[in-house]
Ligand binder design. Structure first.
Ligand code: CA
Length: 490
């Protein structure tokens, strides 16, 4: 039976009001539950630290006792990767949940397109105050502003960083402004070059990746690099104490790094030494202590994961996906593949690369093999950054192995295939192996489909150095001018 219009309107209105009341009630229940359940969060970021360079991940030559303590209290991820191996693109991808081609920060020192949604806003939407200390986003204060943090404090040295964090937490407590849950991002610049701290490590005792050259200068640089890792590890322990003293027992604590270290075949490269990073998360009572996951996870997943853990709503259309289920022990799988992209860095590195990686295999596409692969390290050769390059290129004049390593650094084939589960340092390119034809075709197809889906223009951001013009890149012609004691800013 059809009801008169008035009655129908009232009925609809009543249902509407009832729904709104129910929704409001549900919201209040949910919000109250969230307030009761929401932990404080600390995300501690290091800067240019390869996963392979710490005792937690098997390199006992580089002791990281605080990493190990955090791992004992939480979950260690063995297959954590960044989106892109240079500072600004990596951090932009993390803060937006979008890969570089989609957020717009592709080359280093570039930023997301104006108006790009950041996940900081979604943390704020579920009640969080979000504060940033040190190097979290990248760039000058005006460039960091669009990320939308509630509070931003710069600091480069660890002692400054520690003081600013402690002062902030004390002020927050004393002023009675601590009713909201806090998400604290703390970023050190260790172990980004330059490695200037006096080192406690003996250069005679340091060890090298298999594709590095053992020279006196490399040893001196590596001992200094170890010191920066020691300091960032020590600060990890201090930060956990500070968190325990000021933020209570319910703290989700995460440590990771923005990409690999500034050594040859590390930063600016899509080899694992450039893209695979430490990732450890602890949360008392929620994340099982002393556990390890080999799930493939990406930095674009970091904030979606935190958001799911605290009851936040994920925006649609993200590249990042939550792996909270892995973190909380409900499942052990996340991604089937990891995609990474690199576009370049100023006028020192103009060498765009794309890659697809499964647990076992990686296919790398060097988009312009006719370009020379160069970086700040080999071109600038600054003290305690890349000055060892002078010994490397000298050695290459007389030593066949050194020649092969230096040549491989500057000249890359268009495609590289590595059996990464067996060849972690990616030393044997299998791309010409007939037995790999099907695998290569499959990986190429998946990479191409993904690039198309991303709308990735695969652009060249600056004037390249061409292999055919050695006067623009070859060490016999270029990069020998070094200003002593001018190591440049971090
Ligand atoms: Ca970095």
């Amino acid at each position: 039976m059809t009801k008169p219009l008035f009655q129908r309107t009232c009925a609809i209105e009543s249902v509407s009001i009832a729904c709104r009341l129910a929704a409001c009630s549900a919201f209040l229940v949910t919000y109250t539950a969230l307030l009761a359940d929401q932990p404080n969060i600390v995300v501690y970021l290091s800067d240019d630290h390869s996963q392979f360079d710490s005792s937690l991940y098997g390199n006992k030559n580089i002791p990281t006792s605080q990493f190990e303590r955090l791992a004992a209290d939480g979950m260690t991820f063995t297959h954590a990767f960044v989106a892109s191996p240079s500072c600004a693109p990596s951090r932009a991808a993390m803060l937006t949940g979008l890969m570089p081609a989609r957020n717009g920060a592709e080359a280093n020192h570039t930023f997301p397109k104006p108006g790009t949604h950041t996940l900081i806003q979604d943390l704020q939407a579920v009640g969080y105050e979000v504060a940033s200390f040190g190097k979290v986003a990248h760039g000058a204060p005006k460039q960091v502003e669009p990320y939308g943090f509630d509070y931003v404090a710069g600091a480069q040295r660890i002692d400054q960083l520690r003081k600013r964090v402690v002062d902030f937490l004390k002020d927050r407590q004393n002023s009675g402004n601590s009713s909201k849950p806090l998400c604290l991002f703390v970023g050190t610049t260790n172990p980004h070059v330059s490695w200037n701290s006096p080192t406690t490590f003996d250069p005679a005792e340091v060890e090298f990746p298999p594709h590095h050259l053992d020279t006196p200068s490399t040893r001196a640089h590596r001992a200094a690099y170890y010191q920066e890792i020691k300091e960032l590890d020590s600060f990890l322990g201090q930060l956990r104490t500070i968190a325990a003293e000021n933020l209570g027992d319910d703290v989700l604590f995460i440590h990771t790094s923005d990409h690999g270290s500034q050594w040859p075949f590390g930063k600016w490269n899509l080899y694992d030494y450039g893209i695979r990073v430490p990732f450890v998360a602890a949360w008392n009572g929620k994340i099982a202590a002393g556990t390890e996951s080999d799930a493939l996870v990406s930095w674009i997943d970091l904030l979606p994961t935190i958001l799911e853990c605290v009851g936040g709503k994920l925006p649609e259309g993200l590249d990042g996906r939550s792996f909270a289920g892995v973190l909380l022990g409900n499942r052990d799988h996340h991604r089937d593949v990891i995609f990474t992209t690199h576009t370049g860095d100023g006028n020192k590195n103009i060498f765009p690369i794309r890659s697809i990686r499964t647990r076992e295999w990686k296919l790398i596409h060097n988009l312009h093999p006719e370009f020379a692969h160069t970086t700040h390290s080999d071109l600038d050769r600054k003290p305690m950054a890349g000055a060892y390059w002078t010994e490397w290129t000298e050695l290459a004049k007389t030593d066949a192995r050194a020649r092969q390593i230096v040549d491989r650094y500057y000249q890359r084939p268009e495609w590289e295939l590595f059996h990464v589960s067996e060849d972690r340092w990616e030393q044997t390119n299998l791309v010409d192996e007939p037995s790999q034809t099907e695998r290569i075709a499959d990986l190429k197809e998946r990479l191409a489909a993904w690039l198309q889906d991303q709308g990735d223009q695969q652009s060249v951001h600056s004037e390249p150095r061409r292999l055919s013009e050695p006067q623009h890149w070859h060490p016999d012609f270029f990069g020998m001018q070094v200003e002593e004691n001018d190591a440049g800013p971090k």
